[in-house]
Design a protein. Structure first.
Ligand code: CIR
Length: 252
């Protein structure tokens, strides 16, 4: 059960965020409105949401998920893999320190929160350009004293593991076709989200409700068919920067 979230509003520099998409630059005003709707949705789902101001000099600073991994016992600050994002975690640290003991992972260990999926007492860590074996091991070292298992997975060469795999409750995950046959995920019921709706693999599960990005009817129908409640949010401006629903918050 999540009770809190930390978010950070995009700043005007969001138009210069990192992207692999060919969807144009985000509209700053629309991004702010979509961010406000996202925060309101988390509040409607019962979370106390902290909204930090944008951090000048960091165009991607709204994607706070990448700066830390949080579980009930500890918050692990991650050394962001993208050079233009290194340092974002420094202003997240004092916020997390209000609620959790902090552990800091330092390079050459690399790990970003977008590569980490926590389901009950297991951390699934995907290797990527932003997360290496040392980073996965450093996370395992931080959380194993608290009874967590860490499972390292190398599947698709996507930006992040959670670009491809996300938990939606009821022992069910959304997966890309290339992650579907990973033996480490075999214990889940899997819903394959095809490439034409790839962005919708990044749904966000909050206390029994799944937030689904707008514009992906097949995925929405499949999620609803599991019986879970859904909320649909327009994420168009964050999609332009490879940012999804999970990226915009740290939940704990
Ligand atoms: C980046 O490339 O770092 C940002 N433009 C997008 C980060 C998305 N974060 C996430 O998936 N957790």
């Amino acid at each position: 059960m999540f009770t809190k979230a930390i978010t950070r509003r995009p700043g005007p520099e969001v138009v210069d965020g990192i992207t692999s998409q060919n969807l144009g630059k985000p509209d700053f005003e629309l991004a702010l409105r979509q961010h406000d709707a996202y925060v309101q949705t988390l509040r409607d789902l019962g979370l106390a949401v902290t909204v930090l101001d944008a951090e000048p000099g960091y165009p991607d600073c709204c994607f706070v998920e990448d700066t830390a991994v949080v579980c009930p016992e500890v918050a692990v600050l991650t050394p962001l893999g993208a050079p233009s994002r290194q340092g974002e975690q420094k202003t997240i640290a004092p916020e997390l320190a209000k609620y959790r003991e902090l552990v800091v992972i330092e390079p050459p260990a690399l790990i970003e929160g977008g590569d980490v999926l926590l389901v009950e007492k297991t951390f699934y860590v995907g290797l990527s350009d932003r997360t290496n074996e040392m980073g996965a091991q450093a996370l395992a070292d931080a959380v194993s004293p608290h009874g967590y298992e860490t499972v390292v997975i190398a599947c698709c060469p996507s930006l992040h593991f959670k670009t491809d795999v996300n938990f939606i409750g009821n022992n069910t995950i959304l997966v890309s076709p290339c992650c579907d046959d990973m033996e480490q995920l075999a214990g889940f019921d899997r819903i394959v989200v095809e490439d034409d709706e790839a962005y919708a693999r990044n749904c966000l599960y909050i206390n029994g409700t799944v937030i689904v990005p707008d514009g992906f009817p097949n995925t929405l129908a499949k999620v609803r068919a599991t019986g879970v409640e859904t909320v649909v949010l327009d994420m168009s401006e964050f999609r332009k920067l490879d940012g999804g629903l999970t990226c915009l918050s740290l939940r704990f």
